[in-house]
Unconditional design. Structure first.
Lengths: 645, 249
């Protein structure tokens, strides 16, 4: 039996979603009240789903780690959200957004899902404006747009440099409204520990109350996972500290397939690492590349002097600077996609031209922009970002070029879902960054917010009904079922095992080691040798963890235990990522295998052999079973990405 | 850099807390305040102790989780800066730094430096939103909004809900927090329709939860890491008065 049926509706691409909605089954209002839905995670995807499902009359229970849904990681998104409104009359359309997204993802996403996403993008903007999201406006009173991430049209809507915050607060408002009405019950400071499956269907979760430390059972007719991405497997990333992979990892271990784990996105413009005590990396908005020029010295010796602090960037004359992106990619220059820009920076630093005392940074220079536009114009565009940079680095970007370096930012991989966003476990759905669906091997800027909100506001409310329509006869699920007791016991055992080690190493110190392996060998460029070493090192590190972890055994609040539980899962997940990267013998999007590149260092995709989604089934820790979902491109021609001409 | 830290330790809501003194050494000046606490905690854990509990998540000044009372000021009292954005180079080498949780009746301590700020969520739940539902809304450009109003709304909306305003206020008033939300929605045509109901409900909830009144000392504005202005309180007061007056007729 082929377990991977994406359940794509028939008909032409542009009619699939309309057709789906007209044919899906509905649940009548009196029955909705009898049906319970669990939503794990209340970032953009989870909050929008929980609010919408609550409005429809379902009984919703929503969970998050933070003390309030308003603090989810989505809050940190800066740049903006895409939509195919074509308000700027620059030739945008649903079809164009669809094509850009498929191409940007290097042809590793599913056409039907991506088309639906492009279609729904417009509804999202309407919805958010109605909620009072204060998007940027023109003097005419109309909505403003900017071009983002190298798109040829201006389709990005934004709210200063705080778009994620404003969208999340919009969704949080909608969620608060439903909490007030009683349709949504909110459980904050809870971490999902286990998924409960009864007779092959997802029926509940076990959570740990992060204040009391107690385990709790929650049941429902369906479970939605919207727990975000797993970028923190690299330790240092732009993700929030509590971002984790544990919820999806536990679902994977219960039978949900994990798709494309190796597709991770490295963002080119982050503030460089400065010390080993560092806890996270800060993103500098991609919009900086619109006016900033990226360079390193042409001469290795000059780079060395810079690293030793003997000369300053501003002392290096124009003809001794290598604007390597402009040199390599004349057509797109500094605006090449993220993966291309990131690799190019690494290439220069590896070759010995890196700056900063670490040698792991390149310059992002506004000198030319200040000359061209004036300091005031530059300040009005980027003032808050410059301020943020100065606060962290203690250097003024108006006088001296910024230093940037790539950092882990986003994970395209996640739980495998079909067109309905249902995983391979019946009744278990996944939304937002937690699923793998729409970005293929590389996500375009301003598309994650769009996807999270499309999933939550406009897709799940339909598709969940289609699932629940035949569940109306099932009464509330009892948490006394044996499956709940078993899952709780399992979670408790995991906690006890960690507490019992009583070793000498903290969770952070092991997490750093994990991050080091991942970044060096499973990071921006990968090869067979390094990946095999990584797999072996990860095995060793996992053993090391279980012999050496030290967690204080205190009741109630115990952040060290939270961290250790997450690291234990990351260690296993790291191995799946490396295994997938080893399997995928091609370079595509964020996945670059050095064996598969052209003579001038560009990625070489292999459509003949790898035009598929790799979905892994848990078997045991060491032998995941690979299933392939072949991808079909009917509306778009497969092309090599070309940013040179 | 070396520091002496006097940190408030309290095992849980019911226990009595007190200051404990710690020394941290070799802290890099570029480390953030929270990274300095990470280093402290790493040491405590290795020695078998219970690390200092504090809240944090984004570590870039936007989620509003972090909030420490540092040397008598919320977030340390540096302009436009959250605790997580505070670099240790801002302190003097050898300095003694006093670290406490937010102190306000509506924010009970959970453990050490962690407090329960769910009262802020409850105020929002009482009416801090536009009550439209998903779907069926007009085209985003159907209602024009002046850039001026949209910009002001954005300034008000940039509140991160950290609660520094409440912690700074001698009355533990949440007027800046509530005023910012009322203003954001009042400034936009989409939100204005419900202003009167909204302001009455949110103010009533704020009172019910034990937040105090505003006596116009503006301590809130001075410490707000997002530089939210007290003009938002004035706007709220105007809306409130109007709503009450109208209610009488
Ligand atoms: C710095 C930065 C800037 C970005 N800028 C942009 C941008 O400009 N445009 C764009 O489109 N995208 C951007 N992104 C990406 C985008 O922000 C995220 O992909 C998106 O917000 C993820 O939303 P989400 O709802 O899927 O998950 P999240 O917002 O991560 O929410 C996850 C939720 O799940 C909860 N949770 C997690 N684990 C558990 C568990 N085990 N148990 C219970 N609850 C759990 C959390 O508490 C939280 O509520 C940016 C990302 C970063 C890091
Ligand atoms: S940790 Fe998010 S604002 Fe400080």
């Amino acid at each position: 039996m082929n377990k991977l049926n994406a359940n794509i509706p028939d008909g032409p691409l542009s009619e699939k979603w309309t057709r789906y909605k007209s044919e899906q089954r509905l649940v009548n209002p009196s029955n909705k009240r009898k049906l319970d839905i669990i939503v794990v995670g209340t970032g953009l995807a989870g909050a929008s789903a929980a609010a919408s499902l609550g409005e429809m009359g379902f009984n919703v229970k929503a969970f998050c780690i933070q003390d309030s849904p308003r603090r989810a990681h989505s809050i940190a998104a800066q740049g903006g959200i895409n939509a195919a409104k074509n308000y700027q009359n620059d030739g945008d359309s649903v079809m164009r957004l669809f094509k850009d997204t498929i191409k940007g993802g290097d042809y590793r996403a599913r056409e039907a899902n991506v088309y639906r996403l492009a279609e729904l993008s417009n509804n999202i903007i309407d919805q958010c404006v109605a909620q009072g999201v204060p998007f940027a406006r023109e003097y005419s009173g109309m909505l403003a747009n900017r071009s983002f991430g190298g798109a040829q049209v201006s389709r990005t809507f934004y709210a200063k440099g705080q778009t994620g915050q404003q969208l999340l607060l919009g969704a949080y408002g909608a969620l608060s409204k439903e909490i007030n009405k009683g349709t949504v019950k909110m459980f904050t400071r809870r971490e999902m520990m286990e998924l409960v499956v009864v007779d092959g269907r997802a029926r509940g979760i076990i959570t740990r109350n992060l204040v009391t430390g107690k385990l709790e059972r929650h049941s429902a007719h369906a479970v939605i996972i919207a727990t975000g991405g797993y970028g923190n497997v690299f330790f240092l990333s732009t993700n929030a500290m509590s971002s984790n992979g544990s919820a999806i990892w536990q679902c994977y271990k219960k039978g949900a397939f994990f798709a494309n784990p190796c597709f991770t996105q490295i963002h080119p413009t982050c503030i460089p690492v400065h010390g080993d005590y560092q806890s996270k990396l800060t993103l500098m908005s991609e919009s900086l590349r619109n006016d900033g020029r990226i360079w390193v010295p042409k001469d290795e010796k000059t780079a060395e002097l810079l690293r030793q602090g003997k000369i300053k960037a501003s002392e290096i004359p124009e003809n001794e600077r290598d604007y390597y992106l402009e040199r390599r990619y004349p057509a797109f220059g500094n605006l090449v996609p993220r993966d291309v820009a990131s690799r190019a920076a690494k290439e220069r630093c590896d070759a010995g031209f890196g700056v900063n005392n670490t040698g792991r940074a390149v310059f992002l220079d506004f000198k030319e922009a200040i000359e061209r536009l004036g300091k005031d114009a530059v300040e009005s565009r980027y003032g808050n970002l410059f301020e943020m940079y100065e606060r962290i680095v203690d250097q003024n970007p108006y006088d001296t070029p910024m230093m940037i370096y790539p950092a882990v930012h986003y994970t395209m991989g996640g739980l495998w879902v079909d067109y309905e966003l249902q995983t391979t476990i019946k009744g278990l759905f996944a939304a937002g960054e937690a699923n793998f669906s729409d970005h293929g091997a590389n996500r375009l800027g301003a598309s994650a917010l769009m996807q999270g909100l499309a999933d939550g506001y406009f897709v799940l409310p339909y598709t969940i009904q289609n699932y629940l329509a035949d569940q109306i006869a099932v009464s509330h699920i009892s948490t006394d079922l044996q499956e709940f007791a078993d899952a709780e016991t399992k979670a408790q055992r995991r906690i006890n095992m960690i507490l019992d080690v009583k070793g000498e190493e903290t969770a952070d110190s092991i997490h750093k080691k994990l991050g080091h392996i991942m970044w060096e060998k499973v990071g921006m460029s990968r090869d067979e040798k390094g990946l095999k070493e990584a797999v072996a090192e990860l095995d060793d590190l996992r053993r090391f963890f279980w012999q050496n972890i030290k967690v204080p055994d205190v009741d109630g609040v115990n952040p060290e235990l939270e961290k250790a539980l997450r690291v234990a899962d990351f260690l296993e997940m790291g191995k799946l990522i490396a295994t997938d990267a080893l399997m995928r013998e091609e370079s595509c999007g964020g996945h670059f295998r050095t064996e598969h590149q052209t003579s001038d260092g560009e990625a070489m995709r292999d459509d003949e052999n790898f035009r598929f989604v790799a979905a892994y089934e848990y078997n045991n820790e060491d032998e995941p079973r690979l299933h392939k979902e072949e991808l079909f491109f009917e509306s778009i021609e497969l092309k090599n990405r070309n940013y040179k001409s | 850099m070396n520091f002496t830290l006097k940190i408030w330790r309290q095992h849980n809501a019911d226990s009595k807390g007190g200051f404990e003194t710690y020394k941290v050494e070799d802290i890099p000046p570029e480390a953030s305040f929270l990274e300095m606490l990470d280093i402290l905690n790493e040491g405590i854990v290795r020695k078998g102790g219970d690390p200092v509990a504090f809240e944090h998540d984004c570590r870039e000044g936007i989620c509003g989780c972090c909030g420490l009372y540092i040397n008598g000021h919320p977030h340390g009292g540096f302009k436009g800066t959250t605790t997580c954005q505070l670099c240790m180079r801002k302190f003097k080498n050898g300095e003694t730094i006093v670290v406490e949780p937010w102190r306000a009746k509506p924010f009970p301590v959970i453990k050490d430096l962690m407090v329960d700020r769910s009262a802020l969520d409850k105020i929002i739940q009482a009416g801090g939103y536009v009550s439209c539902h998903t779907g069926g809304v007009p085209d985003a450009n159907a209602v024009l909004v002046s850039k001026h109003d949209a910009d002001l709304a954005m300034d008000a909306a940039s509140c991160i809900g950290c609660g520094a305003c409440v912690a700074a206020c001698k009355n533990a008033s949440a007027m800046l927090f509530v005023g910012a939300k009322i203003s954001q929605l009042e400034l936009l045509p989409q939100g204005r329709i419900e202003t009167e109901e909204r302001v009455k409900k949110m103010v009533a909830k704020m009172d019910e939860l034990g937040f105090g009144n505003c006596s116009d000392t503006r301590a809130c504005q001075a410490v707000c890491p997002k530089k939210i202005k007290v003009t938002n309180i004035a706007r709220m007061n105007r809306n409130y008065l109007w709503a009450k007056l109208k209610g009488k007729h």
